[in-house]
Design a protein around this ligand. Structure first.
Ligand code: CP3
Length: 352
């Protein structure tokens, strides 16, 4: 008989990303920690502001674990934000109530002089501490996910100074002075590679790259500002930590998801709600694990539409490596009991 401690630990998310058959369909949800949970709002009120929440390990660990206490999920995603990198590079970043992020805009080459990686690890040390504590506390079958924003998406916030519907400021710079804009992108590639390597050393087992605004690049610019920087970043991370699986999320990329999967070196790809499941099964899943893509608003609705949409995702993707997730993050209006409903729908697909 094999004693308990010799049985290899099976982690469904890691198994799928390594090309193995998982014990069940791995399930986690983007923004699984957040304002839809009353206990998140309570912990959030103990912090001075949102950045303080991200930089206080005790509170960040607590909000990371909250959804796992309620729901049978396969992964924890560390609680942080993609805009910690601009903050750590020396840009002024603030999150204002009801307004979202506000940054002092970086416009043009001169503004780059104030940014550098000197204080990076010192500033981000609380994030590494959060990961170390989570790695100790997470129940064994759960996988710990670290993350960062992809260079293009982070650059859009740095240049615009806030969220924007069309990323006009970043695009204008990229179009009128591509060499100068590339200096910013390269700075982000190098800083983000260092950040992700440190996350792995602190206990992250999988990394996800959020490229929320990839789909707003025209196809002619997609290679230069989405694929190439992502490939470069992944090359740097894998040169240092070859075994860590990386999931890419080039939201809205449409058919360019195919090029992204071919050329970036990702081990898994997160598909947005707009991507055809049949297309993803045919063109992506033969090469790589596919994560997604339930509409977050179907989760708000619950009931019949939640069930039928979940069924459709399984019908299309259950034949290959699949990680169940949403097509974008949970929205604050989501009733927490609908998440419980979704978890049982996903588990019943596996006969559990
Ligand atoms: O998924 C998780 O549970 C981990 C935590 C996480 C957050 N942000 C916490 C957060 C992750 C992975 C992110 C990623 C992130 N942050 C992205 C990429 C993914 C996406 O949603 O497209 C982007 C673009 C950001 C930047 C950002 N952070 C914006 C635009 C905003 C304001 C909009 C909003 O939802 O309020 C944030 C704030 C933010 N990040 C919140 C949370 C829980 C809400 C802050 C609050 O409590 O007031």
């Amino acid at each position: 008989m094999i004693s308990e401690d010799k049985v290899p630990l099976r982690k469904p998310l890691l198994d799928v990303l390594s090309g193995l058959e998982p014990t069940r369909t791995p399930l986690w949800l983007m923004r699984q920690a957040g304002r839809y949970l009353p206990e998140y709002r309570q912990t959030r009120s103990k912090a001075r502001d949102f950045l303080d929440l991200c930089y206080t390990p005790e509170l960040a660990v607590e909000v990371t674990l909250q959804p796992l206490r309620r729901y049978d999920l396969d992964a924890a995603i560390m609680f942080a934000d993609i805009l910690l990198i601009p903050d750590a590079l020396g840009q002024n970043v603030a999150f204002r109530e009801g307004e979202g992020p506000v940054l002092e805009p970086v416009r043009g080459r001169d503004a780059l002089a104030g940014l550098n990686t000197e204080g990076l690890h010192q500033k981000l040390a609380p994030v590494y501490e959060t990961l170390r504590q989570l790695a100790q506390r997470l129940p064994p079958p759960m996988t710990l996910i670290g993350f960062a924003g992809a260079p293009w998406t982070v650059a859009t916030y740095m240049v615009e100074g806030r969220g924007s519907p069309n990323q006009a400021a970043a695009k204008s710079w990229a179009y009128t002075d591509p060499i100068g804009f590339d200096v910013l992108i390269q700075l982000l590639v190098d800083a983000t590679a260092e950040y992700l390597i440190a996350q792995v050393d602190a206990g992250a087992e999988v990394l996800q790259l959020f490229d929320t605004w990839a789909g707003n690049l025209p196809p002619s610019q997609f290679n230069r500002w989405c694929i190439q920087p992502t490939a470069d970043l992944i090359r740097q991370v894998k040169a240092a930590r070859p075994d860590v699986p990386i999931i890419g999320f080039p939201r809205g990329a449409g058919p360019l998801y195919g090029d992204y999967v071919e050329a970036t070196g990702v081990n898994g790809v997160s598909i947005d709600t707009g991507l055809s499941l049949a297309w993803a099964a045919k063109n992506l899943q033969k090469k790589i694990a596919v994560q997604g893509n339930l509409d977050p608003l179907a989760l708000v609705a619950g009931g019949d539409i939640l069930k039928s949409e979940t069924d459709k995702i399984f019908a299309a993707l259950a034949g290959g490596p699949h990680i169940f997730n949403l097509g974008h993050g949970i929205v604050p209006e989501t009733p927490p009991e609908h998440v419980a409903e979704l978890v049982s729908l996903v588990r019943s697909q596996d006969g559990q």
